[in-house]
Ligand binder design. Structure first.
Ligand code: SF4
Length: 444
């Protein structure tokens, strides 16, 4: 891999989003985001990240909801050395200016999931190269994101993407803009489908069209679609499109909730993958090293980060599944949907973010203790209305209004936003009572 030169200020665009070469200040120090291709890293790279996090920060790491890792608390003055160390470990982009554009979400079970229509990992490599090798695409927003879905049983289908592509049976990919693959009859249907070999051509053409047409304030596809109908984009594409009832009526197979936790059989006979969650998305260098060791001892020496702020260990022999699950449990990860913490997410809150009105991570731990039993639905604690921790619509949101006090929201089903407040200015005890009340939360 070509090694980009460290911190070339002309190549790194200003943005509020952290990157590997753009370390953004936060209340607890700098944040360095390491984008992992398809969420994957091997044990050697994991140890390199752990060492860098200890040398240049305080060893605190965070798993993001785009299956990346970030180092928190980067020491002032250590930014360039940290970036250089991570580049040396092969964790950088192909060229420095391409760091931001590497936003391609895959299923953590890509290539191993028994339900998949297609192994999308070779296609993902092609798309990641395309995104990085075209300098024009480096001007896309650091948040502009693409989903490449192989039809796996384990998939994040709730995060809207600027462009999504989903494998149909018969060698085609359905696609759509500014949304998610359709599952329900009333979901926004796919716009069209293309043959698999046309996917890179389609992505290149759509991104160029987006950059041609997007005006001031239109950094994301949903913003462009407010002024330019999707039909107009399709008319200008010089790519053979399939647009018939079979595409319009196509619906993606739904996924099982919490399939990211526990043991899943792989397509490869005799092997399984084991998924676990980092408590509130946080881990430290010691835990990352332990996971690297576990993956080498029991699996193939690789880890896959998940968009549920967790990790998946692939290629574990079936007979070792229970032992690996127990090891992950011993390491303090959540391994079952029955654990209250597996249903709670929280942003950095006031300990890590100047905007935070409450210590959301500490409060989420306290809330889990009070709840004791699993909730039928997920709860998101956020320190302010920016809602950084949830790319999806959370069933319940506790929005901080003051230290230890929250408004409780519940959106109508599948509608974006917080929804209507169910209660205002709750203490944690009162919030726990409301969340346990079956009148507030019917069975999921
Ligand atoms: S939601 Fe608000 S308080 Fe929480 S991390 Fe984002 S900006 Fe900070």
């Amino acid at each position: 891999m070509q090694r980009p030169s460290p911190a070339p200020s002309t190549a790194i665009r200003p943005s509020a989003c952290p990157g590997l070469l753009r370390i953004v200040a936060s209340r607890d120090g700098g944040i360095c985001r390491i984008k992992l291709p398809g969420g994957r890293l091997d044990a050697v790279a994991a140890r390199a990240i752990a060492a860098a996090a200890e040398r240049h920060a305080d060893g605190v790491l965070e798993a993001t909801n785009r299956a990346n890792l970030q180092i928190r608390g980067v020491h002032a003055g250590a930014e360039a050395a940290l970036s250089a160390e991570l580049l040396d470990a092969g964790l950088g982009p192909r060229v420095a200016a391409a760091d931001d554009v590497r936003n391609l979400l895959l299923s953590p079970a890509a290539g191993i999931d028994p339900a998949m229509q297609r192994d999308v990992t070779p296609l993902a490599d092609t798309l990641l190269a395309l995104l990085q090798d075209n300098p024009r695409f480096h001007t896309l927003s650091a948040k502009f994101a693409i989903q490449l879905d192989g039809g796996e049983g384990l998939a994040m289908l709730e995060h809207p993407h600027d462009l999504w592509l989903s494998a149909m049976d018969g060698g085609h990919f359905a696609f759509g803009l500014a949304g998610c693959p359709p599952i329900h009859a009333d979901d926004q249907p796919a716009l069209a489908a293309v043959a698999t070999e046309q996917v890179p051509v389609l992505v290149e053409a759509l991104l160029n069209l987006f950059l041609d047409l997007a005006g001031e304030g239109q950094a994301r596809m949903r913003q462009l679609l407010e002024t330019t109908p999707a039909e107009r984009l399709l008319e200008q594409l010089d790519v053979p499109l399939q647009r018939d009832a079979s595409v319009g009526n196509w619906r993606r197979q739904p996924v099982q909730p919490f399939a990211q936790l526990g043991v899943c059989q792989q397509r490869q006979p005799g092997s399984c993958s084991i998924g676990a969650g980092f408590v509130l998305g946080r881990l430290d260098s010691r835990l990352l090293r332990a996971l690297a060791d576990l993956s080498e001892c029991e699996g193939d020496g690789t880890l896959r980060l998940t968009p549920w702020q967790g990790v998946l260990l692939p290629n574990i022999p079936n007979e070792r599944a229970d032992a690996v699950l127990a090891a992950l449990d011993d390491l303090g990860l959540t391994t079952s949907a029955e654990q209250p913490l597996s249903r709670l997410i929280a942003c950095s809150g006031s300990t890590g973010c100047a905007r935070g009105l409450a210590d959301t991570k500490g409060d989420a731990l306290r809330l889990a203790e009070r709840l004791q039993e699993p909730l039928p639905a997920g709860v998101h604690l956020c320190g302010c209305p920016r809602s950084c921790a949830a790319a999806h619509v959370a069933p319940f949101t506790l929005l901080a209004v003051a230290d230890g006090r929250y408004d409780l929201f519940r959106p109508p089903q599948r509608v974006a936003g917080f929804g209507q407040p169910l209660a205002r200015n709750l203490s944690l005890d009162a919030a726990a009572d409301r969340l346990r009340d079956p009148g507030v939360i019917p069975d999921a």
